[in-house]
Ligand binder design. Structure first.
Ligand code: SAM
Length: 198
């Protein structure tokens, strides 16, 4: 299980701790796809959902933090966009529809739980559906620009390739980036970027 109360506490800050602008890798990748249905796991305060809904995507988001959900719903209302936002732990996620794309941004789970989530997310993609992931890699442990401090909450590109072995990889790489995403993601960061298709 993830630490829900820890996330609720973090999100009780009235500011948007990851900002209200979308993650660059996610939106730059989505820009090249035809809008359709989009699932955003661990969507937090709704910044990616807001951008995607404004750009024609039919967005379903979920997160385990109800404090994050409330901030996201306020953001959507302020911008008059419609997003379906569920409260659930990814382990308990049950959805009957499949999606044209899934965008998972900085969602870190303990490795075995990530592997289970990968199976579930693969099943939730339509044939030809796109999976887009940005997350920190292990080298982020030495930096202060965000991310978990427990090494078990990181996976490697090789592990991602295995976990999503039924998908065709379009891009999968470690990258050094400069984050400017609200007060909690600031500065040089070491990330994995993955784009794959079913
Ligand atoms: C670093 S935040 C990223 C939020 C958002 N994706 C963004 O880019 O702004 C990680 C999010 O994952 C959520 N999360 C962590 N573990 C989860 C789980 N097991 N099930 C659902 N959400 C989870 C947290 O509540 C948090 O909102």
């Amino acid at each position: 299980m993830s630490n829900h109360s820890g996330w609720d506490k973090r999100y009780s800050n009235p500011d948007f701790i990851y900002g209200t602008e979308p993650n660059k890798y996610l939106c730059n990748t989505l820009k090249n796809l035809k809008p359709g249905s989009l699932l955003l796991p661990g969507e937090g305060e709704g910044r990616n959902a807001l951008w995607a809904a404004k750009h024609g995507w039919d967005v379903t988001a979920f997160d385990s933090s109800s404090v994050a959900q409330q901030k996201a719903l306020n953001l959507f209302k302020q911008h008059s966009v419609n997003v379906s936002y569920l409260i659930t732990d990814i382990q308990n996620l049950t959805l009957s529809e499949q999606f044209n794309a899934i965008g998972m941004v900085f969602v870190h789970l303990e490795r075995s739980m990530f592997a289970q989530a990968a199976k579930k997310l693969t099943g939730l993609l339509k044939p030809n559906g796109h999976l887009i992931i940005e997350m920190f890699n292990q080298n982020q442990l030495h930096l202060n620009s965000g991310g978990p401090k427990n090494p078990n909450f990181f996976v490697t590109p090789r592990e991602l390739k295995t976990m999503f072995n039924s998908l065709t990889i379009i891009e999968l790489k470690n990258e050094e980036v400069y984050l400017d995403e609200g007060p909690l993601h600031q500065g040089k960061a070491m990330v994995i970027r993955m784009h794959a298709v079913k």
